[in-house]
Design a protein around this ligand. Structure first.
Ligand code: FAD
Ligand code: UQ1
Length: 439
């Protein structure tokens, strides 16, 4: 590789002969950048390529704070070139297909790339189209979402301007990234309306497709107390199916059939699915996400393929906090595989959701597989099931810094991987699996 290749400026793929890459990462979001940095932290001589179409890297956890009027959205993005670790080659392109039997991927422009090791970190797809009328309504007609950089500031505009009326908040079926985000926005809005004496004149309802307010029961009492305090109408197992922007009406489906309601503000959390090029690939598990072993994050059928972040099939909470712990595990396991070391790293399912229950207080949910509580801090410092001021300061001041300067740079603070004896399970081979990159 020549010196020019080491620069984080995007390279053009070119589509003639197949290009070979030692370690190829699909996606330059939280997971792609963190795992590249963790690999280089262990061995700076590695040759790593990231395929990522966007010029901008987003700090999505900041969008809740943008919608709550706490952050400006300029705090939530940086140029992609500035977060790609030095020494990593960046191909600015979109991956279209995978051919893991030939260790190859195909880019949208027709270029083929082959790899020694593949890491898939392509995130989750926001599926706005699933809701009738939503793509047209979003970002205007009092319909907003903290799930995009473009619309998060509109949430705060609507919250500030609403004096009275009906405010609806929706949550789609799981899985979604940051499962607490659909209610975080609602509590921050209610806190604002309460502060200005408007809450009694605003009917607030939370329509969630889930059967409970939160998936881990230990956090429900604290959240329910805020639902009660703000006078929120809680509609469980109620799913948004249509939005009429002209009449400002939203339709929900539930066990009792359909209900259509007028609104003066609607915050939508979109349905989320595996990206199409993942779901349609041989790498996909039944649910469409990249199949991985929950502990090693290695593909069970293709031994040189790993996945982490929102795109992987592991049943953890899809969060940047999960990525912070997954990246070191993937980095260790890849190097163990390449060097033949007989020990492997294990991911315990850690994920975290800082639930902003009011301005200045957070319930810091941290849990692993099976909903097991995994608090980082001792109970006397932060009680994990109660609102905490310290947890708010963590989210508002410390975590963005930790993200940009720690996680994306390979510093594994409080995230050192657990190393277990024994090599990873060998991949199950299935000779019936053959496919070609061009179909
Ligand atoms: P992403 O960061 O989304 O990155 C995926 C990357 O893949 C993108 O850059 C994309 O361009 C690229 N890509 C997609 N398709 C292709 C392709 N075909 N070829 C090449 N590249 C491709 N997490 C927390 O820990 N705490 C929080 O408080 C929190 N709050 C959140 C609030 C909101 C409103 C949202 C939306 C998310 C929140 N999250 C939070 C979740 C967190 O942002 C995600 O879990 C995290 O970004 C996942 O990282 P990722 O790399 O898997 O996906
Ligand atoms: C976290 O690690 C993380 O990623 C860097 C987040 O996204 C910004 C979070 O929101 C949270 C809560 C964590 C958990 C971190 C600690 C130190 C408890």
């Amino acid at each position: 590789m020549d010196a020019k290749d080491l620069s984080p400026r995007p390279a053009r793929a070119g589509n003639s002969a197949t290009q070979r890459h030692d370690i190829l990462i699909v996606g330059g979001g939280s997971a792609g950048i963190a795992v590249a940095a963790s690999l280089l932290q262990r061995d700076e001589s590695l040759s790593i390529t990231i395929v990522e179409p966007r010029e901008t890297h987003y700090y999505q956890p900041g969008w809740t704070m943008v919608g709550g009027g706490i952050f400006d959205r300029s705090q939530t993005h940086r140029p992609m070139a500035s977060v790609i670790p030095k020494g990593v080659r960046w191909i600015r392109a979109r991956v279209a297909q995978f051919a893991p039997d030939r260790d190859a991927i195909l880019l949208e422009d027709g270029t083929q790339l082959s790899y020694g090791v593949l890491i898939v970190a392509a995130g989750i797809k926001l599926d706005w189209e699933q809701i009738d009328g939503l793509p047209d309504a979003l970002g205007r007609s009092c319909v907003t979402s903290n799930y995009t950089f473009e619309t998060a500031p509109y949430t705060w505009q609507l919250v500030q301007s609403l004096e009275e009326g009906v405010a609806l908040f929706s949550q789609p079926p799981m899985p979604i990234k940051c499962a607490g985000a659909p209610q975080k926005v609602m509590y921050l809005a209610c806190d604002h309306w309460r502060h200005w004496g408007r809450l009694p004149k605003i009917d607030v309802a939370f329509h969630t497709s889930t059967p409970a307010l939160f998936g881990v029961a230990d956090y429900v009492p604290a959240l329910q107390s805020y639902v009660d305090k703000y006078g929120i109408e809680l509609r469980l197992e109620s799913r948004l199916i249509a939005v009429d922007s002209a009449t400002q009406r939203a339709t929900f489906a539930g066990a009792d059939g359909e209900v259509t309601r007028d609104f003066d503000m609607l915050h939508v959390t979109p349905p989320q699915v595996a990206p199409d090029f993942i779901a349609d690939s041989p790498l996909a598990a039944e649910n469409g996400f990249v199949e991985v072993d929950d502990e090693t994050l290695r593909h069970p059928r293709y031994g040189n393929v790993f996945a982490l972040g929102d795109v992987c099939s592991a049943p953890n909470a899809k969060t940047a906090a999960a990525v912070r712990k997954q990246a070191p595990v993937v980095a260790w396991n890849i190097l163990a595989m390449l060097s033949g070391t007989g020990r492997h790293a294990a991911y315990d399912g850690y994920g975290s959701c800082p639930l902003t229950v009011e301005r200045g207080k957070i319930v810091l949910a941290e849990f692993g597989y099976g909903g097991e509580l995994q608090p980082t801090f001792p109970h006397w410092l932060i009680d994990p099931t109660r609102p905490s001021r310290l947890a708010w300061h963590l989210k508002a001041s410390l975590l963005p810094w930790v993200y940009w300067n720690g996680m994306l740079r390979g510093h594994e603070w409080l995230a050192g991987p657990k190393i277990l004896p024994g090599a990873m399970e060998p991949p199950q081979t299935d000779t019936a699996q053959t496919q070609s990159v061009t179909g």
